[in-house]
Design a binder for this molecule. Structure first.
Ligand code: NAD
Length: 492
């Protein structure tokens, strides 16, 4: 059986631990690899290597760091087919979707190429007579990223390219469900000329995560995953005096106003609810509107479910058997709770892929606010339609939900669209846009229990997260000859 190890200090690193976890091809249901699970000692050794590499890397001029990142960008483009196939084979999503997610990650790498410009400080001449003041941003040290299974390339790429461009070194702990893509990215970064120890990938589970949380040489933790773990990471990283951003789960609503272009809304919803089998933190899992169900149900029934490697498939399998059972359990629960199951995808059978982790698209109507299938994140291809009496009730419904990642509204009324964008308590908002994921030079992040911490990911917020501010005030040189002063320089 293929054993996936760790990539540390520019080479494969063998774990001192014998613990492993199984990696599957979700389309066939077959185990393809084992992944090594790092021990605390392994993690401490990796952090030590990253700490040593920080000394030289943080001193490199930003333009030289940018040149390595440029080369990395070229290598990702050259290897995009292989990277995409790794995503498809371990995550299960369809090829074009996987390729699109890689491209969104690549855009962050492109953004990081501009780091000399992004790190420019601020300077004020003469804050007092003959006194100048300037602010610079300096790297933090060793940063760590802990990422979920659903975007094995894109989510790590929200983090490490910017962190490394800023002069930090990085330890990535990807999801143990689909670890291969991260290893390949680390190999490509080395090929691009990145010095050993600057980017390291350590595979593992809770033991590795806890070792990162408690290691005193880890300066900052970026996390993306489910809300309970995000909260755990936030609390423990802060307790151990680390900077932390921890992005959690979601329940994204799409409000469909009666005046909108209904076909546009339904098509948008199909991609947003069922794309990537609903395993997206920006998936729309609640549609709020009255006239949707007829049009939606026909399209959900016609969804072409199949292996991600088949280019005609629109929706692939779920990531693991356990996750498939969990999603099916939610559909069972919705029926028990009294919602109307309009399309039931639970019993789908695919010839040649009988052991794959497939479920067809599911559509519920008349879902109520107090039902668990409304309150909790399902993370599968299950769309709930909720009916409300007017725009204000729709606004309140979205605002009352515990999660605040993304939301969309479909309308032709500019006033409604503008009011929605202004009053909604959600981090990322689309107006006639189904999945409003910000591009790399803006920042990604939710509100409420979808993000613990202050800074969003990538864009300028990413640069701020991975650097600390220093402000220098100097008087130079004639001022040194002056007598002692007891008033502030700006008063003179
Ligand atoms: P998860 O929380 O189970 O795992 C995320 C990471 O945490 C993995 O690396 C995992 O190994 C680690 N982990 C798991 N249990 C742990 C524990 N008890 N202690 C310490 N570490 C632990 O999430 P997942 O199932 O891999 O991913 C799906 C979730 O991620 C969904 O809730 C989804 O909404 C969320 N997500 C959020 C965003 C966002 O931007 N807000 C983006 C993508 C995914």
């Amino acid at each position: 059986m293929n054993l996936i190890q760790h990539f540390v200090n520019g080479k494969v690193f063998k774990s001192s631990s014998k613990r492993t976890s199984r990696v599957f091809n979700p389309a066939t249901g077959e185990q393809t690899s084992e992944v090594s699970l790092a021990s605390k000692d392994d993690v401490d050794a990796v952090v030590q290597k990253a700490k040593e590499a920080f000394i030289d890397w943080s001193n490199k001029p930003p333009i030289q760091r940018a040149r390595v990142i440029f080369k990395f960008k070229e290598l990702i483009e050259k290897n995009s087919d292989e990277l995409t196939k790794l995503i498809v084979s371990e995550h299960g999503k369809v090829y074009e979707d996987a390729k699109g997610s890689l491209t969104r990650g690549l855009e962050v790498v492109e953004f990081a190429c501009g780091i000399p410009n992004l790190l420019k400080g601020e300077f004020t001449e003469n804050v007092g007579t003959d006194v100048d003041s300037w602010s610079i941003r300096q790297p933090l040290g060793v940063c760590a990223g802990i990422t979920p299974f659903n975007f094995p390339a894109m989510v790590p790429m929200w983090m490490f390219p910017i962190s490394i461009a800023c002069g930090n070194t990085f330890v990535l702990k990807p999801s143990e469900k689909d670890p291969s893509c991260s290893i390949k990215l680390a190999q490509l970064f080395k090929e691009a000329g990145l010095p050993d120890g600057v980017f390291n990938v350590v595979n593992g589970d809770k033991e590795a995560v806890d070792a990162l949380l408690t290691n005193k040489d880890v300066a900052a933790i970026s996390f993306v995953g489910s809300t309970p773990i995000a909260k755990y990471i936030y609390e423990n990283a802060a307790k151990n005096e680390k900077r932390v951003q921890a992005l959690g789960g979601a329940k994204n609503h799409c409000v469909v106003m009666p005046d909108c272009d209904l076909d546009q809304a339904v098509n948008g919803l199909m991609g947003a609810a069922y794309g990537s089998a609903g395993e997206r933190c920006m998936a729309q899992s609640v549609a709020v509107g009255d006239q949707l169900v007829n049009k939606l149900s026909k399209k959900v029934e016609a969804l072409k479910v199949g292996p991600g490697s088949d280019k005609s498939s629109e929706m692939g399998p779920l990531v693991t058997k356990e996750h498939l059972e969990k999603v099916k359990g939610y559909v069972d629960l919705g029926v028990k709770e009294g919602a109307k199951l309009v399309v039931d995808g639970r019993n789908i059978k695919l010839q040649g892929f009988e052991k794959g982790f497939f479920i067809g698209g599911c559509l519920f109507d008349h879902v109520e606010k107090n039902m668990k299938i409304y309150k909790e994140e399902i993370f599968g291809p299950v769309l709930s339609v909720v009916r409300v009496k007017d725009f204000k009730s729709a606004l309140n419904l979205v605002n009352d939900h515990e999660f605040g990642n993304g939301t969309s509204i479909y309308t032709r009324d500019g006033d409604v669209g503008r009011t929605f964008a202004s009053k909604i308590k959600i981090g990322m908002v689309g107006i006639n846009i189904p999945i409003p994921v910000p591009v790399a030079f803006h920042s990604f992040g939710g509100w409420k229990r979808s993000l613990f911490g202050d800074q969003h990911m990538h864009g300028n917020e990413g640069v701020r997260f991975y650097t600390k501010l220093k402000t220098i005030t100097s008087r130079w040189p004639s001022g040194i000859r002056l007598d002692p002063e007891f008033v502030m320089p700006t008063m003179k």
